[in-house]
Write a protein that binds this ligand. Sequence first.
Ligand code: ADP
Ligand code: MG
Length: 263
Amino acid sequence: MTRTLAIANQKGGVAKTTTTASVGAALADQDVSVLVVDLDPQGCLTFSLGHDPDTLTKSVHDVLIGAQDIADVLLDTEDNVTLLPATIDLAGAEALLLMRPGREYALKRALAEVAQDYDVILIDCPPSLGVLTLNGLTAADEVVVPLQCETLAHRGVGQLLRTVTEVQQITNPDLKLLGTVATLFDARTTHSRDVLSDVSDRYDLPVLSPPIPRTVRFAEASASGASVMRGRKNKGATAYRELAENLRKHWAGQPLATFEFTD
Ligand code: ADP
Ligand code: MG
């Protein structure tokens, strides 16, 4: 059975793309077959997996509007995950899809054609709550919300959770909100912990274990277009590997490991 996980938060810079790429690469290392979907017109996931969005002639955009078969658009990557890439064309998909009936189901329908080839599908949602994110949430079994542990991290979370509830009511009753992934976490101060515990209490959101620490390496990896997991030894990569392990155990039927706040 294929597990489809959406990584969503309409706020930019909370590490949605880093989480998608890193968990994907970590799962692939554990011999899980993984498809990652770039739903952001900026194409950051596509770029970080070694493909230049500016030179691609086909992308998820063509798939969503029915102009290409998904199987003809998929790309291999050095991280051993398969990529459904994005290009800037996707910026026009909002408008094109809006005129179509069943527009929230376009990605779900496309993924159904290839899902049997993958154990896990990860969907990197764009920084908005528009029709692309609705497609991601409609196609997913589960969603996680990366949260950067800084002041005002809670802003927008209520709105996102309302969108998740609406999707559950209308297009995807089976969608499960797993919780938040704490990103750019600084364990040396109490600030990250305070912010996280505040958001978790306020919205009754479980925090997946482990939090992902801030690492200089990650910023470098993404800037160069190289995979975030390639510098295998850094503590961010180690944390993502553990998160991937915990997700696998959850998919195998065990309770999802969550972060406990201790004083
Ligand atoms: P989003 O997809 O939510 O916009 P990104 O994954 O693109 O966020 O991350 C935003 C920026 O933060 C990127 O420059 C990325 O390299 C950096 N980043 C992400 N995770 C970490 C981390 N654990 N430590 C340091 N920098 C990080
Ligand atoms: Mg992103």
